[in-house]
Ligand binder design. Structure first.
Ligand SMILES: Nc1ncnc2c1ncn2[C@@H]1O[C@H](COP(=O)(O)OP(=O)(O)OP(=O)(O)O)[C@@H](O)[C@H]1O
Length: 247
């Protein structure tokens, strides 16, 4: 089998007494979209940061592109969109894209071409030369996504990429993610939006730091004998509450 783009083995993490991740296992091959869904505080961002090597795990390993994390070189190969935007407000969007593109090794005409493409994907072409300080929250999210895409990375890790983005553009962004996966990219995405969860090839339901269920949306609906992912989630949560033996 081809080497997974992300391989998480038995990862555990706590902040003081707060156990945030318990024995998480996750494998993401090329050409797949894996959705991480769970309520606020479930541990999604902590898992994402553990995968990136930004958070030190207490047990287990996270391997990305065949290399155990943390690793600075590998980090530069990942298209990462954080939950909060890290943008240079005094620069224009184009300058931000140029800066982050160069940081990831894209230069010259290739960079100019990539800026044009990613700006189109997130619908910011007309606003590229405006300072980011004048951007709305949604525009900043879109620019953060464009930055994650700028170097055409093999692996994208997107933490709630469509928060504050209107439904039409959300469709456009998901169409782009689909195209990217068809080109063999691997995509890990966290989301609260259930119709986005339905678009993932595979889902991991995470609650109180525990991976409650994992599988394709169809498999999960069958397993829990329900019609929607939202119902899967609610049912899995109820079962977890009834069975406290895993705490
Ligand atoms: N740096 C930190 N120090 C202490 N506790 C933290 C830290 N980061 C996260 N936590 C705690 O870890 C738990 C999981 O947080 P995390 O941000 O991973 O959840 P999440 O599933 O991403 O939530 P949301 O959907 O709201 O973003 C929470 O209880 C949070 O308070």
């Amino acid at each position: 089998m081809a080497q997974p783009m992300i391989d998480v083995r038995d990862v555990a993490k706590r902040f003081g007494d707060n156990v945030v991740l318990k024995q998480i296992n996750l494998h993401l091959p090329a050409g797949r979209v894996l959705g991480l869904i769970g309520p606020s505080g479930a541990g999604k961002t902590t898992l994402v940061k553990s995968i990136l090597g930004m958070e030190k795990v207490d047990a287990g390993t996270t391997t990305v592109l065949g290399t155990q994390m943390p690793n600075r070189q590998i980090m530069q190969k990942i298209g990462y969109m954080a939950q909060s935007d890290a943008l240079y407000e005094t620069l224009t969007a184009r300058e931000n894209l140029r800066f982050f593109g160069e940081l990831m090794g894209v230069k010259g005409p290739a960079l100019a071409k990539s800026i044009t493409h990613v700006a189109q994907v997130v619908n910011l072409t007309a606003m590229l030369d405006r300072r980011v300080s004048a951007y709305s929250g949604g525009m900043k999210r879109r620019l953060s996504l464009a930055i994650a895409l700028i170097a055409d990375p093999d692996l994208l890790i997107l933490d709630e990429p469509t928060v504050g983005i209107d439904p039409e553009l959300r469709q456009q962004i998901w169409a782009e993610l689909r195209t990217l996966k068809q080109h063999g990219k691997a995509i890990l995405v966290t989301t609260h939006v259930m119709d986005e969860a339905e678009r993932c090839d595979e889902l991991m339901l995470i609650r109180e730091g525990i991976a409650l269920a994992q599988g394709t949306p169809t498999q999960l609906k069958q397993e829990y004998a329900v019609d929607t992912i939202e119902q899967v989630f609610l049912k899995a949560g109820r079962l977890q509450d009834e069975n406290h033996s895993d705490r």
